[in-house]
Design a protein around this ligand. Sequence first.
Ligand SMILES: NC(=O)c1ccc[n+]([C@@H]2O[C@H](COP(=O)([O-])OP(=O)(O)OC[C@H]3O[C@@H](n4cnc5c(N)ncnc54)[C@H](O)[C@@H]3O)[C@@H](O)[C@H]2O)c1
Ligand SMILES: O=c1ccn([C@@H]2O[C@H](COP(=O)(O)OP(=O)(O)O[C@H]3O[C@H](CO)[C@H](O)[C@H](O)[C@H]3O)[C@@H](O)[C@H]2O)c(=O)[nH]1
Length: 330
Amino acid sequence: MAVLVTGGAGYIGSHMVWELLDRDEEVVVVDNLSSGFEWAVAPEARLCRGDVADKGLICRIVEEHGVDAIIHFAGSVVVPESVARPLSYYENNTCRSRALIEAAVESGVKSFIFSSTAAVYAGGGAAPLDEEAVVAPQTPYGMSKLMVEQILRDVSVAHPLSFAALRYFNVAGADPKGRTGQSTAGATHLIKVVSEATLGKRSHVDIYGTDYDTPDGTGVRDFIHVSDLVGAHYLALQRLRAGGGNLVANCGYGHGYSVREVIASARKVSGREVPVREAPRRPGDLASVIADAGRARKELKWAPSFDDLDGIVETSLAWEDRLTRKNSAA
Ligand SMILES: NC(=O)c1ccc[n+]([C@@H]2O[C@H](COP(=O)([O-])OP(=O)(O)OC[C@H]3O[C@@H](n4cnc5c(N)ncnc54)[C@H](O)[C@@H]3O)[C@@H](O)[C@H]2O)c1
Ligand SMILES: O=c1ccn([C@@H]2O[C@H](COP(=O)(O)OP(=O)(O)O[C@H]3O[C@H](CO)[C@H](O)[C@H](O)[C@H]3O)[C@@H](O)[C@H]2O)c(=O)[nH]1
């Protein structure tokens, strides 16, 4: 029995691979390395360089390795880019996922876990969003993911395939053992940007908007540590293998921190100055996005271990530092 992890050379996927190996699972990775790194894949996993839409490749891997479950992280992830290049996002995130699901059905894979996102919700209020909140993606990125959720729902009715679609809120931090982290240059995620600025890899952090209706005027987000996130995927895998049925569930902690609080945390944890510049609001940003993750806690018995902003920032800074030394040694 083996687990196929698509996008296993990327940020979240590379953590998933370590999580599975730590639990003695056999792991095969399919990644086209469009934004991932070969070195990010744990050496004990088998990396097949290729595209998730290559049905021949997927079916061959399923057969050769006895794959019983697919965890599908591969995709394009930059929200503003999806607004500028919608066709490319619908192609990579929706059409290629459809092809992968078809390969899963044809090769008899029974369990499928999909990376969905809080970007499927309309959002807007300050209250935590549960899975019954209004779903109305504001960007092609969010819609490209919601369409895959619907494909999975329909396919699971017609074929013996069960799925979990996990809707991530703001994923951050890095493996506490320092084995992997967020490595993409030019990333736009707040905690990555703050980590780079703290270590002098950027001149400053732009604070996008200081006049939101939030306690300190800056945007508030529910930051979930990547290790807790992949832990939820492992629980979802166990549920599906045990015949537990389909699940759509939010992944977040249920409370948020503002942009200023994140910057203050980086200053505290590092003891360094973090230069900031107040900037206008970023188009499309909401004031506050918080998860109600009651369903994941109830259905998966998910109990997070890293719900601590300073800890998240600390692991992110540690990885950033490691990455700097790794890149300068190369
Ligand atoms: N990072 C977040 O905050 C966040 C939030 C919500 C959802 N997600 C979802 O989680 C998943 C992983 O995100 P990430 O942050 O690790 O991104 P990432 O860019 O680090 O990883 C994506 C990986 O997929 C690979 N890939 C892309 N298209 C492929 C294809 N067609 N075939 C094979 N490989 C392909 C890339 O090379 C990369 O290794 C994505 O589906 C993303 O939409 C991420
Ligand atoms: O340099 C920066 C970067 C971000 N921000 C602010 O920090 C907050 C978080 O922004 P991110 O870009 O880190 O994340 P988003 O909330 O925009 O989006 C993230 O969460 C979404 C779900 O809500 C999707 O999952 C998406 O993939 C993921 O990038 C926002 O208020 C943003 O304005 C700054 O002030 N400066």
